[in-house]
Ligand binder design. Sequence first.
Ligand SMILES: Nc1ncnc2c1ncn2[C@@H]1O[C@H](COP(=O)(O)OP(=O)(O)OP(=O)(O)O)[C@@H](O)[C@H]1O
Length: 307
Amino acid sequence: MQTAITIESLAKSYAGKPALKAIGFEVREGSCFGLLGPNGAGKSTTMKILCGLLDPDHGRVAVFGKDASSSGEEIRRQVGYVPQSITLYEKLSAADNLKFFGEMYGVRGPVLKERIADVLEQVGLADRAKDAVDSFSGGMKRRVNIAAALLHKPRLLIMDEPTVGIDPQSRNHIFEMIRSLQHEGVTVLYSTHYMEEVEALCDSLAIIDHGEVMAQGELSEVLDRFGTQAVYLELDGQQEPPEIAGFGKPVSKDRGWILETSSPLEAIASWAATCQAQALRVKQLEIVRPSLETVFLSLTGTTLRDV
Ligand SMILES: Nc1ncnc2c1ncn2[C@@H]1O[C@H](COP(=O)(O)OP(=O)(O)OP(=O)(O)O)[C@@H](O)[C@H]1O
């Protein structure tokens, strides 16, 4: 199978401050690839360079085998880009907004009319085609923005944090739409700082932090390679968890604490014994399976939401 995206030694600084430090990864055609990292990690910068909106300082970018530095126009015809910020004409209807974007992409006439109907169906807004966008929720506006990026039937869809600040119904529509695009063979590059979204949607990923790739590969491979097991403890009330000799420091998670360890059985036994000795009331104590959260924790020593 062809490689959809190749990124090699890509570097970019803003006013001398590095945002990307020679990153590299590959995206297989037909995959849903997650670009996972906290705010400021360099996700948007990577995506803007890929779409030709920003020039890199160094490095190479190729899309479907074509070099971005020499085939920008050809690449743009095959790529749909959904930026982080919503850009729509509030007073125009959803269909008229799409007409405007379609013409920008070079789609016209009856083909455009048909495509507008198709993409509105794809994002679950066919029944709101004629309504002005200013009557839409944030999530619905985001879906119109996604529809705009699909009008020219891209082979690669690049989405920059498409679910930030939207309602669960719109989020579900976006997930369903991505899954059906994948059935049609569209490659998706999906940036997010929500690990559970990558676990639900993506087959492969790169974790980036401070402009560097920390880990990359198939999701299952990354979980196996970097995800050690962990023990979760939740106590009654606001109590701090007891530390246990020979293990690292627990990190706060949800309403409890998580302890990264390669010996979860010993950890759970020691934690149980210490809690009992100190008469702490335990609400939950269990071994948790490796997840992207534990991968991120073991790679960076911190949970993603704390960064
Ligand atoms: N136009 C700019 N001028 C100066 N610095 C910038 C600019 N754009 C991004 N940066 C900086 O570059 C770094 C990477 O930013 P980038 O937007 O690529 O990260 P991100 O992972 O997409 O984060 P976010 O989720 O916040 O968008 C950050 O430190 C950011 O402050």
